[in-house]
Design a protein around this ligand. Structure first.
Ligand code: ZN
Length: 240
């Protein structure tokens, strides 16, 4: 039974975090829509994972079939031209003097939530869910809890609205996230997200590892591998 009797919009990229958020939202809300963004990513792998995840996720749980509604794709392609980052062009992934990696796209999450709020207002969806996380993030300032809370206030003031921004992964590490996934949908959901979600910054899906597809070396793959290994160690042997 849903915790909330209202409707929600999930920022859904096709990565592990947003896939977990979608399962969380399908469990807790009575109706859920998804939104994805084209922002000039240097690879489109995540976008391809989106429709597969949506389709296979609702096939896992009959109740989710009735909860999942429309999917929306919004174009923010100007973002790639405005920012020079390793996510939008062939730049090496490294860290600057402030400790921020070149994968940081300034303002990206602020834009995502703002666009999502405009869409949510039109679609009459009050709750907006994002996979931002402060625990083992790469230092992205727009993933911070304070940033999201301030943005919720700003959006509600600026749009005379009453949106609630949810970030269910905010205080979880990647191992916690897998445990949450297991709570939400058991082993089948863990297997589905492991196989069909995408995290690798380089967009590689040629090689499958225990923890999913990816190059195995970029910061996103490293984080995902460590999280999976910790999750496995804590729960004992588990065969995917
Ligand atoms: Zn990678």
């Amino acid at each position: 039974m849903a915790t909330f009797s209202e409707s929600a919009l999930v920022l859904f990229s096709g990565g592990q975090d947003s896939a977990t958020c979608l399962a969380w939202a399908l469990t807790h809300f009575k109706y859920v829509e998804t939104v994805g963004f084209h922002y000039g990513q240097r690879h489109a792998i995540e976008m391809e994972c989106r429709s597969v995840l949506r389709k296979k996720m609702v096939a896992l749980q009959p109740t989710w079939q009735h909860v999942l509604g429309d999917d929306h794709l919004l174009n923010l392609s100007d973002l790639a031209g405005l920012s020079e980052t390793a996510l939008t062009r062939e730049t090496k992934i490294e860290w600057d003097k402030q400790g921020l990696p070149t994968t940081f796209v300034p303002g990206r999450n602020l834009l995502f939530f703002t666009y999502a709020a405009i869409l949510a207002g039109r679609r009459n969806l009050r709750h907006i869910i994002g996979g931002m996380c402060e625990t083992d993030y790469s230092g992205y300032p727009d993933c911070r809890d304070d940033t999201i809370k301030a943005l919720q206030t700003t959006l509600n003031l600026g749009m005379a609205s009453h949106f609630v921004l949810h970030t269910p992964l905010m205080w979880m590490d990647k191992a916690d996230e897998w445990r949450l996934t297991e709570d939400l949908g058991g082993k089948p959901l863990v297997e589905l997200i492991n196989h069909e979600s995408h995290s690798c910054y380089l967009g590689q899906r040629d090689e499958y590892h225990d923890w999913g597809y990816g190059c195995g070396h970029c910061p996103a793959c490293e984080l995902r591998r460590k999280g999976w290994e910790t999750y496995q160690q804590e729960k004992g042997i588990y065969h995917v």
